[in-house]
Design a protein around this ligand. Structure first.
Ligand SMILES: NC(=O)c1ccc[n+]([C@@H]2O[C@H](COP(=O)([O-])OP(=O)(O)OC[C@H]3O[C@@H](n4cnc5c(N)ncnc54)[C@H](O)[C@@H]3O)[C@@H](O)[C@H]2O)c1
Ligand SMILES: O=C(O)C1=N[C@H](C(=O)O)CCC1
Length: 251
């Protein structure tokens, strides 16, 4: 049995993770903690893998505290920058299990979103123009979504590797309508009651367009990916920091 603790257990995602762990035959829920709870209660004696879904402003602190506790960690919270990721790598190196501890961070656990992201990186070098539109429920605290930032970075990397220049854009007046520019890619965020989590990647050439779209209609769509990550960490995932569920799929 894999002993799993959940941090952010009362949240929209955390409560789904608690239910998913309780429904998994090979897992047992150890601790379900939320804001104000003492994370040092989580330790290797009671927990193999912790799942962390909180808010971007606290997630780094939680992850550093959990690394110090010596447990393996699956993180779904967004808001990760290169600087924050460097702090995680350093904490693992300086922590209690530098050669064996595993930390896994994924901006999106839905298979549709992971594949959309992957297909976008494959398509990127063939198109002159690329833009990302993400659409989410209005309770989301961050914009643009972690997934859209990840997608934009992937497109930008693929464009650079193929020797493509900047996307064409002759805009002279912009009050913000052109979105946030992430690595040279314009990213637009829609917040609308009724939505859950959605992303469209638009690619354009003269006379043609490719649209790649992923829709998560329900938070249950993230759970197979979360459970896959827990199982991989409890088994053969590499030590250190791994980013993205694509690492655990046969792509
Ligand atoms: N990776 C994915 O597939 C995926 C999917 C959906 C959402 N998310 C991300 O997950 C995060 C959580 O989303 P949500 O909709 O569940 O948010 P939410 O606001 O519903 O839940 C956050 C929970 O964290 C708790 N919390 C706050 N501070 C805490 C602390 N210091 N210690 C422990 N718990 C604390 C809150 O009390 C709350 O219960 C967001 O960053 C969101 O973007 C990721
Ligand atoms: O509902 C959210 O919040 C989501 N956050 C992630 C993101 O920012 O990419 C994944 C999709 C849902």
């Amino acid at each position: 049995m894999i002993q799993v603790s959940v941090v952010g257990a009362k949240g929209r995602m955390g409560s789904h993770v608690v239910d998913a762990v309780n429904g998994a035959e090979d897992m047992q829920l150890a601790l379900a903690l939320d804001a104000g709870d003492d994370l040092t209660r989580i330790e290797p004696a009671n927990t193999d893998v912790v799942v962390e879904f909180t808010v971007p402003s606290v997630s780094l602190g939680n992850v550093l505290a959990l690394i110090a506790q010596g447990v393996d960690i699956v993180v779904g919270t967004t808001g990760w920058t290169d600087e924050k990721l460097a702090q995680v790598r350093k904490a693992i190196a300086d922590g209690p299990r530098p050669d064996t501890q595993k930390v896994f961070i994924a901006p999106n656990f839905a298979i549709s979103a992971v594949l959309a992201d992957y297909f976008a990186t494959k398509a990127a070098k063939y198109f002159e123009s690329a833009e990302v539109i993400e659409l989410h429920h209005p309770n989301k605290v961050d914009a643009p979504s972690g997934t859209a930032i990840h997608t934009a970075h992937g497109i930008a990397e693929a464009r650079k590797a193929a020797g493509l220049g900047e996307v064409p854009d002759n805009t002279e007046t912009d009050g913000g309508s052109r979105g946030q520019v992430v690595d040279g890619i314009h990213v637009h965020a829609v917040r609308l009651r009724g939505l859950n989590a959605h992303e469209e990647v638009l690619f354009g050439n003269a006379g043609e367009q490719l649209t790649i779209r992923a829709d998560s209609f329900d938070r249950g769509s993230f759970m197979p990916g979360v459970l896959l990550a827990v199982r991989k960490l409890a088994a053969d995932a590499p030590a250190g920091l791994t980013i993205g569920l694509d690492n655990f799929l046969d792509l």
